[in-house]
Design a protein around this ligand. Sequence first.
Ligand code: PLP
Length: 346
Amino acid sequence: MYSFKNDYSEGAHPQIMEALLKSNLEQTVGYGTDHYCDAARRIICEKIGREDADVHFLTGGTQTNLTVISAALRPYQAVISADSGHICVHETGAIEATGHKAIAMPAHSGKLTPSLIQKAVDTHTDEHMVQPKMVYISHPTEVGTIYSKAELEAISTCCKANGLLLFVDGARLASALTAQGSDVTLTDLARLSDAFYIGGTKCGAMFGEAVVLLNDAIKQDFRYMIKQRGGMFAKGRLLGIQFGELLCGDLYFELGRHANQMASLIKEACQSEGFSFVTDSVTNQQFPILPDTVLTQLEKNYLFEVWEKRSDGYTAVRFVTSWATHEQNVKQFVADLHSACKNSLG
Ligand SMILES: Cc1ncc(COP(=O)(O)O)c(C=O)c1O
């Protein structure tokens, strides 16, 4: 069995494992106040060109989303998201459990737009309703699409015009920033958002997300928020070491590029068999719509997610590649897909 189920099936990139091992017996202070975390913070501030940014390290995506969102909002305020956004669909109501409503807007291709944001603002008119105060997007989106710089600029302008904060979930940021056609950089995210995070868990780290806070209103007392939400990791240096390795050179981006290249081979194979897709993803998650007869054969050797069951004999599935996906395994998959199509479709 080979798994295309997700991008966290494997452990961590060897360079990270080596750094963890090398520092293993060193004694440091805890909770992210050690020299490894400080060094990683400096690297990130340099990379985004913002010395004034606050950088915090957390262990997972859901925890990061709920900590940032609840830190930014007053009790009656709400966050606007695409209806397919991770916080709306796959976080067990974690945002709502902090007391904040997530306003889900019906979005095409997983993407929020200024007009959807404006509609959410305009339909929340007074104190009998929650007050929209933040916009949450993920880059890439839940369905693998990416925002262009122009789209992000338009969203940012709309947020500013409406007094909204912009938060970008970068759980798979390495994949988004290195995707074919991407014109967005870390510097752009720092310029256009109030907070974003550089995902590690799904981009080659053992675990960890680096939160970058740009707006002073969110920065205040953020360590208190992390601690109260259970996110302050005693052995915080394990996060600093990992982000130091990922970001001191080009490793983070190399790993994103590799995952995307592997996914593009799967995409091309599905296209050449004539199949369509849920969205035109350019990142490491692909969502082809395949005949059930073909899937029955693929299931014998591959693990993948069912995305959407349909009633026409086809099912939308999700194939995810990672920093560690072997080209050999992808080539074998492409050959197996071709055989399965020949066998069942003639
Ligand atoms: C875009 C996005 N944000 C957040 C998360 C949540 O991360 P975690 O599973 O580490 O809580 C995920 C998980 O897949 C995700 O895809």
